[in-house]
Design a protein. Sequence first.
Length: 274
Amino acid sequence: MNIVIIVQARTGSSRLPGKVLFPLAGEPLLLRMIERVRASELGKNVVVATTIEASDDPIDELCSTYDIPIFRGHPTDLLDRHYKTAKEFGADIVVKIPSDCPLIDAAVIDRVIKYYLTHDGAFDFVSNLHPATYPDGNDVEIMPIEILHTAWLDASKDYEREHTTPFIWEHPEQFRIGNVLWETELDYSMSHRFTIDYPEDYEFIRRVYDELCSSQKPIFSLTDILELLGQQPEILEINAKYAGVNWYRNHLNELRTINEQQTKFAPNEEPLHV
């Protein structure tokens, strides 16, 4: 079985343009994240899926320099980009991880993949997001290529195309959905924000890297991060006002499986009317 991890990446972020190339401990954020994803024991084939836009040429150049496989596709139809990347690299199983998760723990990736594999065809889709319990920024979704193909053919709503997998997990009557809960039995999904979308997120992630990343230990764990935050709680406060803010917030009137307890609006943010 060819397991392909697809990391979606682009430079055109509306809130934080170029964030995937921001420096972390002397290297671009995307490179640091790929370094962490490649620490996975079960998902060794890692591909970056970026856009055909000229603004994403620097991502292509970075991947070329560091021998990271890359596919360039549709700028806004992420479902199309993921499916065509998977086909290009002969994936039997597709693992989706967004590039705004530079603190993702490879052990979490392996846990989700192992859950899918050990259930031997019992699920069409497995993630650690429905419901989420890990700190935000440890997002892992896995599905066989056939299910991704079905979504690619049938998904028609804008948010289904933009966010790749909602057509699947929003239809539990059609697809067999599995979920991996954090083994600690804790739920930090709305209290700990390890993802990047605002300047404060970058400052938080940069501080974590400055404290934990070293030549002796470039790959630190989720446990290491939580221990650091316990010792220096002021770091957690850097982006605390955005904890729980995610893309669900603007689609609550459309999403059937997401409720108001699973998202919130950013401070002073006006809800979108969709």
